[in-house]
Design a protein around this ligand. Structure first.
Ligand SMILES: [Zn+2]
Ligand SMILES: [Zn+2]
Length: 812
């Protein structure tokens, strides 16, 4: 995602498992939090910041000044030559190398543009972000990015992290570690002296220091240093030392940035000065481990968010409030849908009402499968590691799998995905071109070994089910299949009231298979995308050049919920590799004709072409050579005569004559049903549409005398397979209605004497505020018919539009 975030990731990757300072703790041992030492230290309690300032601030500044002088001198010697700067609208500005800055260009257009601009991007390259005050070195194309730009926003938040870092050094005299931008703001990670913990009472003082930093409009100054100079500059900070030693190659240099007294190891870029951060707030603090490894030092993280104006901050806080109300973990608890037990972290306990939603979703998907000619299958949950070796998961995905020791030297793995099982099914017998496309769907239970710390509600789990299917097809069928998937997406997300965006990721630099195959497949994907874009209600698509997986191009689908948040759920991924790994093939039209004339082949495996064990699967091109190799590799029985444990060898055989390789399409419309239910929970804010609702009808008798009639009504609707409850409590009518509304029943039927007499129900419909008050009674038969229709159509309309609030009541 964001470049800066990636940078942090690259800092942390590869340095895991490295303990810092030999301070290894026993697993589970927790550092005692020294709350008393929190804040500015007890000696200076009540003070905003440390007095005197930490000693390292001044020595760091002295070194900076000395080296900055050298850089300025070097810089003065750089050639001043005319350059041209091309703007996005095609206009060309004249400039001078090592003199003209992107900021100059922006100011030349308008001062307000300069003030709005966060950072510049050169030559359309996401890796070439440029400080507004940094002189351009040569002719370039220039884009000026503001806070609304995704990269601009990340630079803004990253710059804000520096300000938070400065405030933290001044208040705590802490050792800073890393301060990256994240999805909703940024954080700074640090070690306080004597392992003290940050307190919520520190937030306000930190924000006060930040305000003064913003008022000072401290400039961000860039300086390149050698590795040795960096080590000297950060000699007081063992975490920075570690990062410098680990991530910066000997003999190279990198940059630091200064703002006010803070000098931080950083590749930049930043906003021109701290005055840009008009609105700043600390959101939370927490404990963490250096580099995310619990063998390392325990650290403190402070999270913040910032905006270029106060209005945006207010909007953001409102959004957070709304998101918190909709948090699926809260709704899951309030509506008794699911919970988690410490005895199986990351695996939801689906309560009866949650299970209703889950199953209704699956029913819907099964109906779609029926209509679209998918075949549902059931496959094992665990497989011998040999399967995972064939599919490549053992080499590349084993750490994320649960592995089980079955017997000596035999390991099984719980499946993290269904694809290899479906390949086995396809290869189970000979396949004819007539069987294609073969669409296999599987609601198999999947397990992925997510770290405990990464688990989060239903959105990050260990046990889940996907609406997973694999389509095995001929190359020329790709387009038709993709078009059907778009239709599927359109129908499903339309029903749920969500929109989606499509992105095509094409052949990367490293890829497998033939270029021609890729070109043909990509051309078909483009055609389907174009057709879908121009169709009624279609969706425009964008290109993500070179971002496909090495084994096939893919279409990324992002859905947008009603809070305008993006979610990645659905996937469409072409795969040229697994069919090869599993030797999948089908008889082409020509072979099938020839085959029927030959004598019937037996089931004996010997009748097939010899299986060949190969070291490099892609090296096999010559079947004669392969046959020779096969002869050498025949497995011999064990010497002692005992039956050896069943051995699996990985074979790659050349295509049989007259056969072709199918293309495999991995596709999911919801992705994980667990995660998707969480998204729906938040999207609907717990107000489930009738068809998906776990609480559809509540019958409320107005008094004890009407209990039998209420029970009779409930039985009628239950018979229609609706989720109906009766409130037989001793509460008042008003209280019962209120409780039913809070529980989000779609319909509340109030029944009393009038209703019993007329075999009617008095209907309140949740989603139509004009029908909240007692309306006209409806005959039971009519109610059953209309509500069943609403359900079967999966509608979200009021089936009783005649129920309106009486005008007189409106006036009152
Ligand atoms: Zn920075
Ligand atoms: Zn798959």
């Amino acid at each position: 995602m964001e470049a800066a975030q990636k940078a942090v990731q690259s800092v942390t990757d590869g340095v895991k498992n490295v303990a810092i300072g030999g301070d290894k703790k026993a697993p589970g041992a927790k550092k005692e939090k020294k709350a008393a030492k929190a804040g500015a230290g007890d000696a200076s309690a009540g003070l905003l910041e440390l007095k005197p300032a930490p000693e390292f601030l001044q020595s760091r500044l002295d070194l900076f000044d000395r080296l900055k002088k050298r850089q300025d001198e070097d810089f003065a010697k750089k050639p001043r030559e005319p350059i041209t700067i091309t703007m996005p609208d095609g206009s060309i500005k004249a400039g001078t190398s090592y003199e003209t800055t992107p900021g100059d260009i922006a100011k030349g257009i308008s001062n307000s543009l300069y003030k709005r601009t966060v950072v510049a991007r050169l030559d359309g390259d996401k890796e070439q972000l440029w400080d507004l005050d940094r002189p351009l070195e040569k002719s370039c194309r220039l884009e000026l990015l503001d806070f609304e730009d995704e990269q601009g926003k990340m630079v803004f938040w990253h710059s804000s992290a520096h300000i938070l870092g400065e405030a933290s050094e001044r208040r705590f005299g802490c050792s800073l570690c890393i301060g990256p931008p994240i999805d909703n703001g940024f954080y700074y990670e640090m070690a306080l002296p004597e392992s003290a913990a940050v307190q919520t009472t520190d937030w306000k003082p930190l924000e006060t220091i930040v305000s003064s930093i913003v008022k000072e409009k401290q400039k961000f100054e860039r300086l390149a240093l050698t590795k040795e100079e960096l080590l000297e500059m950060f000699s007081y900070n063992k975490y920075k030392q570690h990062i410098i030693k680990d991530k910066i190659a000997d003999g190279t240099s990198t940059t630091v940035y200064r703002n006010g007294p803070l000098i931080d190891l950083c590749r930049g870029p930043h906003v021109p000065d701290t005055g840009r951060i008009e609105s700043f707030a600390i959101m939370k603090n927490s404990a963490s481990y250096f580099l995310g490894d619990n063998n390392n030092d325990s650290l403190q993280r402070i999270y913040g968010v910032s905006f270029p104006d106060k209005k945006k901050m207010a909007e953001h806080k409102k959004f957070l409030e709304e998101a918190a109300k909709r948090d699926h973990r809260k709704i899951g608890r309030d509506q008794e849908l699911f919970f988690f037990s410490d005895l199986s972290p990351g695996s939801a306990m689906w309560l009866p009402h949650g299970t209703r939603i889950y199953n209704t979703l699956l029913d819907y998907i099964r109906q779609q499968y029926w209509k679209r000619n998918y075949q549902e299958v059931i496959t094992p949950n665990m497989y011998n590691s040999e399967l995972w070796k064939t599919s490549g998961h053992w080499d590349h995905y084993k750490d994320d799998m649960f592995v089980i020791d079955m017997e000596e030297e035999v390991k099984f793995g719980l499946k993290p995905m269904n694809c290899p099982g479906h390949c086995i099914m396809f290869g189970h017998r000979e396949r004819s071109h007539r069987e294609l496309p073969w669409r296999v769907a599987d609601f198999g239970v999947l397990h992925r070994n997510e770290a405990t710390g990464a688990l989060s509600g239903l959105t990050r789990v260990r046990r889940f089910v996907q609406d997973d299917a694999h389509i095995f097809c001929r190359e020329d069928q790709i387009k038709g299949e993709i078009s059907d998937l778009f239709d599927f997406l359109h129908e499903m997300y339309g029903l749920l009231g969500m929109t989606f965006k499509l992105k095509l990721s094409t052949r990367p630099e490293k890829f497998m298979g033939q270029i021609e195959t890729w070109d043909r497949a990509e051309a078909m994907l483009r055609e389907s995308l174009d057709e879908f874009a121009s169709a009624e209600g279609g969706v425009a698509w964008t290109l993500n050049e070179g971002d496909g997986a090495f084994y096939g191009p893919k279409i990324d689908i992002t859905i947008v919920d009603c809070l305008n948040r993006d979610w990645q759920c659905a996937t469409i991924q072409l795969d040229f590799m697994q069919p090869q790994n599993f030797n999948l093939e089908y008889m082409t039209a020509e072979t099938t004709v020839a085959k029927t004339k030959e004598p019937e082949a037996t089931d004996a495996p010997a009748s097939g072409p010899p299986k060949v064990k190969v070291k490099n699967p892609q090296a096999v091109i010559d079947s004669a050579h392969a046959a020779k190799e096969a002869a050498k590799e025949i497995i011999t029985p064990s010497k002692d005569g005992k039956e050896a444990p069943k051995k699996f060898e990985r074979f790659l055989k050349p295509l049989s004559s007259g056969c072709a390789r199918p293309v495999m399409i991995h596709r999911a419309m919801c992705g994980s049903i667990e995660r998707f239910t969480a998204i729906l929970c938040e999207h609907y804010a717990g107000k489930w549409p009738f068809w998906l609702s776990p609480r559809q009808i509540l019958v409320i008798p107005v008094g004890v005398g009407f209990f039998p009639y209420a029970e009779e009504v409930a039985a009628i609707f239950k018979k229609e397979k609706m989720f109906v409850d009766i409130d037989l409590s001793g509460n008042t009518l008003q209280k019962k209605i209120r409780t039913g509304q809070l529980a989000q029943y779609n319909f509340i039927f109030v029944v009393g004497d009038e209703e019993r007499q007329g075999r009617q129900v008095n209907v309140r419909y949740r989603d139509d505020t004009s029908a909240q008050d007692r309306g006209n009674p409806i005959g039971i038969d009519e109610a059953v018919e209309k509500i069943a229709k609403l359900r079967d159509e999966r509608g979200s309309y009021n089936p009783f539009p005649s129920i309106v609030k009486p005008a007189a009541k409106e006036a009152a």
